[in-house]
Design a binder for this molecule. Structure first.
Ligand SMILES: [Zn+2]
Length: 137
């Protein structure tokens, strides 16, 4: 029943899914970083975007709190350590080509350091709204 190549295919699939560490599957950029989108559980609000290196991603997946790498300060930081606006990890997923991480969280208070709920609340832009063509009869 099995055809040539089945075994190899099976091995690859295992490495990609159950057997592969997400830290090994993640495609960090040339600076060793991965953008992480932080989303509120339940409401789906997009709260903010931060950067993680391998260690920040490991901490995020294993410690229950979101940890980022600060490119400006060159150090790890956890949301809420100074503000109290903690992000508790609820779920995480890599995107289709593993170069972006989505972390679903329970956000305490404001996600943005400016005090707004999300980083995207403060500056809505004017856009031309696209409208799908009306259904033709
Ligand atoms: Zn912000």
């Amino acid at each position: 029943m099995s055809e040539p190549g089945d075994e190899e295919l099976e091995f690859d699939e295992e490495a990609w899914t159950a057997g592969g560490s997400p830290l090994d599957r993640a495609a960090f950029n040339s600076d060793g970083l991965l953008p992480a989108i932080i989303q509120q559980e339940g409401t789906g609000e997009v709260l903010m975007l931060g950067w993680m290196d391998r260690e920040a991603m490991r901490r995020t997946l294993t410690e229950g709190r979101v940890t980022f790498w600060s490119r400006s300060r060159q150090e790890y930081w956890r949301k809420g350590d100074t503000s109290g606006h903690v992000q508790y990890v609820r779920a995480a997923a890599l995107d289709c080509d593993a170069d972006t991480l989505l972390v679903t969280v329970e956000q305490v208070g404001a996600a943005c350091h400016t005090g707004t709920r999300t980083c995207f609340d403060g500056d809505p832009l004017d856009v031309r709204r696209g409208i799908p063509p009306a259904a033709a009869d």
